[in-house]
Design a protein around this ligand. Structure first.
Ligand code: TYD
Length: 198
């Protein structure tokens, strides 16, 4: 297995920018890299986006859709890793722990539903104050309120404790900085962990 990296954080934390920057750095160095994101473009992912836009859902309904979407994605991830790709994933089940946990879905249940999935080698959590993060967003969907994101952030900060049996690396990074500086920290972390040939 080459390397499976997950980038996490609240909306507006800069995950997508950082995932793309890391992807480019690795490609430039000749690695085979796949950049994926959840929710995906599957029927479930499209349904999720529609529901988030319209705001008509129950926490349970949304939870089930995220899990179904992820089960499909996990198969792709498994294949890519087997083929020797470095996989960068913009959100994974850590998002479900943080967001659906903040909506009242029990965290033990979430952990149990995801225990047989491919486990990341590195989980990077981009930490930022929701007020700053919201200032970065143009369009806001139903999750993007300060009060909700405060709760999500709190759970993200507890991830090292929640995933105490996880044997990969978990890093919380201050994301309220210049994107280049954040990217440099991520790069240092990843560079030392790559275990596949160039
Ligand atoms: P986001 O990464 O913002 O996707 P996009 O950039 O395509 O809009 O994800 C959309 C929202 O879904 C975001 O508010 C976080 C939320 N989300 C969950 O609530 N649970 C999950 O498991 C995932 C993957 C995302």
């Amino acid at each position: 297995m080459c390397l499976f990296i997950v980038i996490e954080g609240i909306d507006g934390s800069g995950k997508t920018t950082q995932a793309k920057m890391l992807f480019k750095k690795l490609i430039r160095r000749g690695y085979r890299v796949a950049l994926l994101a959840e929710p995906t473009g599957s029927v479930y992912g499209r349904k999720i986006r529609e529901k988030l836009r319209e705001g008509n859902y129950t926490a349970e309904e949304l939870y089930e859709l995220f899990v179904k979407d992820r089960m499909l994605n996990a198969k792709n991830i498994q294949s890519l890793l087997r083929w020797g790709y470095i996989v960068i994933l913009d959100r994974y089940y850590i998002s479900t722990i943080a967001y659906q946990g903040a909506q009242g879905i029990p965290i033990d249940r979430i952990l149990n539903d995801h225990k047989n999935l491919p486990q990341p080698d590195i989980i990077i959590i981009l930490d930022i104050d929701p007020v700053t993060a919201l200032g970065r967003l143009k369009k806001k969907d139903t999750f993007e309120t300060r009060e909700f994101l405060e709760r999500v952030r709190e759970i993200y900060l507890r991830i090292p404790e929640i995933l105490k049996n996880f044997d990969g690396q978990i890093e919380v990074i201050n994301a309220d900085r210049d994107p280049e500086a954040v990217g440099e920290d991520i790069w240092k972390m990843v560079r030392d962990r790559i275990s596949c040939g160039e």
